[in-house]
Design a protein around this ligand. Structure first.
Ligand code: 17S
Length: 809
């Protein structure tokens, strides 16, 4: 099944003419991009179909990655690179008077995720295709992805992101695979054909799930995997009652309410807000995906599900798809007539759960009342799972009533809640954290009761990122230097990058290393200027913190350090100082007022510092607006210093830290998440460590007196006084008081003041190493040479071997 394709230039022209209806070569860039994209997509199609055939023919276990988020960003240059079409595409683009890079910029980011969890899912799909693993991603096709952020008077303003408005070349609609999803209604019993009693759901409100498939191309192999995204639409049969009573238009308009379900991504990255629509999204994804997988099983094997778990596995990306546990039970029992015990054996052998956070506010709970209204049958099943589970707990630990209360899937109270993490643990055969420290903290803390019951269920899978997007595509200069020095195998297998290490001692190589960084810093400076109107000088140290704005990530600590440098500059104390450009970027959840105030503070400090003539030669600060995947592709190659400064014990892993490391930045960071492993791999001498560790954080909280620390340290005191005096915002007195009071509060969860002195000192070490460019280059090279562990290929290899037991196609 090879479809004949003409040469790229004639295909592009053909699509411009016949797919898009344009005739001249002077058409605008947006159409040229689309013609190119279709021509590139055509080159994926036959391998895509073949991969599906190989998957159907293979007897390997198949994996379904269930996630409410896939933050894939742009697909065009990724496809061009993986298909090795770069050279041809460059020539054809030139004919249209445009560069390949300009064409690529026409594509809207697919912002179908919030942050690390969604981007991890995208890196994982890339690695699965590279490793030729039979993995399908299942997600939601949000009409509006992550909001667009712009800054007005220093404040974040959100605009909807209608990313589909110019069409999406990378999806194919498959209406023939639509599934029916049933909400609300009541459960009742009926007698089936065999005379058995069955639970049935009646009077439901139904919605259709329509799949849109996106190709996920492997790198220089013939594998093209699938990301299947569901869109909600009304069932064709409109509400008959309404129709018959003459409300035809109302019935048709109800189409609207069905389509609401997949209209918008919830933009909070670390807290569930308990909204019914969010639960609808979760169940919609889970039910459509499970029905899809089961339908293809039944087609091949009939209704015998005994071998199902051996051949199928569902990886739950956090608890967002946790309804998969009771939904699979429901389908097996109600739809296929299996016994509870058989259904439970299947379910608990094919579900695996990844936890991504320790923050208590991110632990998902659903009110029993709301859940029972929307999903009455699922609630019955959850109660039955819990009844049986608590019975085994009572048998295993007789008399420990307190334990039963603690591990119950239902948190009792005046408004009882379902604990989705516990449901996921009980229903899965594997539970993993995303970095070693995170897994250790989970098993010792949050999940310790479960860990004692089932130690073998728990395992660690330290996150990784794809070196294809996060090194080869985004940093072509470094790619070329690496290829020339150690060959190009690292793109397939990043462990090869270790070969670079000896070059750290080669002075000529270090010159070239710096040349590459310099070019990337020029590109970043240009990008900053275009997007934020601030001039960055590439001879300065580029100090970068980009990630969601959150108190625990401590962007505040970073700003306080900027204020400290500014204070020194004003005092004429620039001895040993290194000129810096500080870039901070990230979105705040629209309802997270403190995070939004931090954005305002960063902007206000930046505008005062940037307009201070004395600071011009020493410090520039920018808040980079609308941080997103495609922005990171420009930012990380141009970064010297990566800020990974969360309160120890709070950042589950981090993945931005890995992207910076791969691109030659040095890290200043705490012993948190994957920073610990980055430091181990790079060597302690090549990492700027500061701050309390997780155990010290716990201890310090017992007797924390930030005001005493401030009073005893004149430099810290001046920083606080500068912010408190209104120096950075003369026109809105007291605007930052909530922030400074928080810093001074003995209850401050984030211990910012506790780590401030240590942070200042670590930043001094950064400054002095940077002044020795030879030393900086050595350490930068050693970091890159030891980044092999942080490839998502390594992570996925471990998931495949240790959790999924899945084999290469
Ligand atoms: C992140 N977790 S984004 C961790 N949770 O914070 C990172 N989102 O440390 C880690 O590197 C990354 O996962 C990958 O493992 C995240 O409602 C939780 C969340 C998202 C949406 C939501 C609620 C919670 C819309």
């Amino acid at each position: 099944m090879n479809f004949p394709l003409a040469s790229l230039d004639s295909e592009v022209l053909r699509h411009l003419n016949y797919s898009l209806g344009h005739h001249s070569k002077t058409v605008n860039h947006s159409y040229v991009y689309r013609a190119f994209a279709i021509a590139v997509r055509d080159r994926l199609v036959s391998n895509w179909l073949k991969t599906q055939e190989r998957m159907n023919a293979s007897d390997s276990r198949r994996v379904y990655y269930l996630s409410l988020e896939f933050l894939i960003g742009r697909s065009f240059s990724n496809a061009v690179h993986n298909l090795e079409l770069g050279d041809a595409a460059r020539v054809v683009a030139h004919d249209y008077g445009v560069s390949l890079e300009e064409l690529a910029e026409q594509e809207h980011d697919a912002g179908l995720g919030n942050g690390g969890l969604g981007r991890l899912a995208a890196c994982f799909l890339d690695s699965c295709a590279n490793l030729e693993l039979p993995v399908v991603g299942y997600g939601i096709r949000y009409e509006y992805g992550m909001f667009h952020q712009h800054i007005e008077n220093g404040r974040q303003v959100e605009d909807p992101d209608h990313w589909l408005r110019d069409g999406n070349t990378w999806e194919i609609e498959r209406p023939e695979d639509a599934r029916r999803i049933r909400f609300y209604g009541n459960t009742t019993q009926s007698i089936d054909a065999d005379g058995d009693i069955r639970q049935v759901l009646i009077d439901t409100h139904d919605v259709l799930a329509i799949p849109f498939d996106m190709p996920i191309p492997g790198f220089k192999n013939s594998t093209v995997n699938t990301l299947r995204l569901w869109k909600a639409t009304a069932t064709d049969v409109f509400d008959l009652e309404e129709f018959n009573s003459g409300s035809y238009t109302e019935a048709v308009a109800s189409k609207n309410s069905a389509e609401q379900i997949t209209m918008v991504l919830y933009p909070n990255d670390a807290s569930e807000n308990g909204k019914e629509l969010r639960l609808k999204q979760q169940y919609f994804l889970v039910s459509a995906s499970l029905q899809d997988v089961m339908a293809s099983w039944v087609k091949k094997h009939g209704e015998d599900f005994t071998g199902f778990a051996e051949k199928n596995c569902f990886q739950l990306n956090d608890t967002h798809p946790a309804c998969a546990v009771p939904e699979l039970m429901r389908l097996l029992i109600d739809q296929y007539g299996k016994s509870w015990d058989d259904a439970w054996a299947v379910t608990t052998s094919c579900m695996a759960y990844t936890n991504h956070t320790l923050l208590p506010e991110a632990l998902e709970r659903w009110s029993v009342r709301l859940f029972g209204k929307l999903l009455p049958r699922l609630l019955e099943i959850i109660y039955e799972i819990n009844r049986r589970f608590l019975k085994t707990v009572a048998e295993q630990y007789p008399g420990d009533i307190e334990l039963q209360r603690r591990v119950s899937l239902i948190e009792e109270g005046h408004d009882p809640q379902i604990r989705m993490a516990y449901l996921s643990i009980v229903g899965s055969y594997s539970v993993n954290g995303v970095a070693q420290l995170h897994t250790d903290l989970l098993t010792a803390g949050l999940f310790s009761d479960f860990y004692k019951m089932w130690p073998g269920k728990f395992n660690n899978k330290t996150n990784g990122v794809t070196q294809r997007r996060w090194l080869a595509h985004c940093n072509p200069e470094l790619k070329d230097l690496l290829n020339e020095t150690i060959g190009d195998q690292w793109q397939k297998d990043l462990s090869n990058i270790k070969k670079l290490e000896s070059s750290a001692e080669d002075a000529e190589f270090r010159v070239r290393w710096r040349e590459v960084k310099h070019v990337n810093k020029q590109a970043l400076a240009k990008y900053v200027n275009e997007n934020a109107g601030v001039e960055f000088d590439p001879s300065f140290l580029f100090d970068v913190q980009v990630k969601r704005i959150h108190e625990y990530k401590r962007q505040l600590l970073n700003v306080l350090h900027c204020v400290h440098l500014y204070d020194r500059i004003l005092a004429g104390d620039t001895q040993g100082m290194t000129p810096r450009c500080v870039l901070i970027g990230g979105k705040a959840a629209p309802g997270y007022h403190l995070a939004k105030l931090i954005v305002k503070l960063i902007n206000d400090v930046a505008s005062v510092v940037n307009s201070e003539p004395k600071a011009k030669d020493w410090l520039r600060i920018v808040f980079f607006p609308n941080y997103r995947v495609s922005a990171m592709e420009v930012i990380c190659p141009g970064t010297d210093l990566s800020e990974q400064i969360s309160t120890a014990g709070k950042e589950a892993s981090g993945t931005g830290n890995m992207k910076f490391m791969m691109n030659g930045a040095l890290t200043i960071g705490t012993l948190d998440g994957a920073n610990i492993e980055i430091r181990e791999k790079a060597g302690a001498e090549n990492f700027f460590l500061f701050g309390l560790d997780a155990a010290e954080v716990k201890k310090t909280r017992e007797n924390y007196r930030p005001n005493e620390i401030i009073a005893a340290d004149p430099e810290i005191r001046r920083v606080m006084e500068l912010v408190e005096s209104g120096h950075f915002n003369q026109s809105e007195p007291g605007i930052f008081d909530i922030l400074t009071r928080g810093l001074r509060d003995a209850q401050d969860q984030w211990l910012t003041i506790a780590d401030f002195r240590s942070y200042i000192d670590a930043q001094k070490r950064v400054s002095s190493v940077y002044q020795d460019q030879e030393q900086w280059s050595r350490q930068s090279i050693i970091n890159v040479a030891n980044s092999g562990w942080f490839s998502s290929d390594r992570t996925i290899g471990q998931y495949a071997d240790e959790i999924w037991k899945a084999k290469k196609l």
